[in-house]
Design a protein around this ligand. Sequence first.
Ligand code: 5AD
Ligand code: SF4
Length: 458
Amino acid sequence: MTRKYVIRTFGCQMNVHDSERLAGLLEADGMVAADDVEDADLVLLNTCCIRENADNKLYGTLGHLVSVKARNPGMQIAVGGCLAQKDRDLIQARVPQVDAVFGTHNVGRAAELLREAAATGTAVMEILDEEDAFPSALPVHRELPYTAWVTIQIGCDNSCAFCIVPSVRGKEISRPFDEVVGEVQGLAGAGTVEVTLLGQNVNSYGRDLTHRRPLFAELLRAVGEVDGIRRVRFTSPHPKDLRPETIAAMAEAPAVCEHLHLPLQSGSDRTLAAMHRGYTAARYLERLAAARAAIDDLAVTTDIIVGFPGETDDDFERTLEVAAEAAYDSAYTFVYSPRPGTEAAEMVDRFVPAEVVAERFERLTVVVERSALARHQARIGRVEEVVVEGPSKKHPAVATGRTRQNKLVHFPVDGAIPAAGSFADVRVTGSAAHFLRGELVGLTARPRHKTRIPLAVV
Ligand code: 5AD
Ligand code: SF4
């Protein structure tokens, strides 16, 4: 009997991509995907530890799986990812029914560990403190074949006071330039039209490979030149390392999309300093202005944390002001969550009361949605290049796709939904804070031309 697996992914795109690798490995091992945990022989949870509710979700899900396993004792439960890396033996101590635990540095060992657990009938755990090898050669199962994540860097050398990532993902390691380009060429050869370059801090890509050149900008251009690649995205750059060369590459390389995700975290200089972010609000806004001046029709998104320890009303007002001035297309807003082991988690006497944080969070949401809506309304009437994702979740006769600015667009079609990955021209007819509505103009895609725009000095 063919064994079936289910993978549940928590957290960021790095984890989504690791899950694609895990699926690839399990399939190489002869397994197939199951529709539901009820008929799975293996349930693998790929975990995240960046905020506290990720922990709670994991233990909630494990509670449910334990009851499924009671009915189906042959089922294996495996836990991988950041929380496994951080909590190690704690997971099996809390939930002894877990068969295998592995970390972020040994994703490639998952299938072997599971075989070992099945053969010996005992739980296994393997966590490495350092990467054994850059995990690029592993098989990958992609959900959407026309778009792919490509890891260019793992780990993070910064020390933001709130962030657990450096301690679980380790120091920054860049993947060799030619290897990244080679992977993208292989993907393009297999029909991929869009790639998203992934790293914790993509702007410092290559710092460990060469000190001389801004390698990330070169990488963007090289990937954009690969035959068949029509869209290049990346996430995330750190504002302190956003270089003019990167902005120039975004402005000039035709395939690089007009979307910048630039995490602000806070608009208060005092808070930014306490977070060790390495920039002031003014510097952030200057760099943003330079990017907007150089890159035609740039969409900007961000991450903001509300309630960092010691955040006063005044600090928060600055965040509202900077968010309004930045006029984001959308923002991921987070309530500060103390992560044991980080510097900010020690500032217990300065924690902001939950009801104050909740009220600030609401006010920030209003500011962000106002600019999102205004920026979306401004697109009404324009014809946008859209890559079709498939039918919309709610209406089978409505297609959903993404613009170059990464905006979701829903548009009705007569007859069959165009194949996923096809390009369509769509006129924007309506807008909301989180998506656009449109009408199909045609399925032909225009080649894109960019003009060279002189760069402002940042
Ligand atoms: N609490 C709240 N938000 C956090 N982030 C990272 N760590 C924390 C934390 N401890 C947010 C940051 C980061 C995003 C990925 O998650 O905004 O940019
Ligand atoms: Fe965390 Fe800061 Fe590194 Fe981002 S740059 S992963 S927020 S330490």
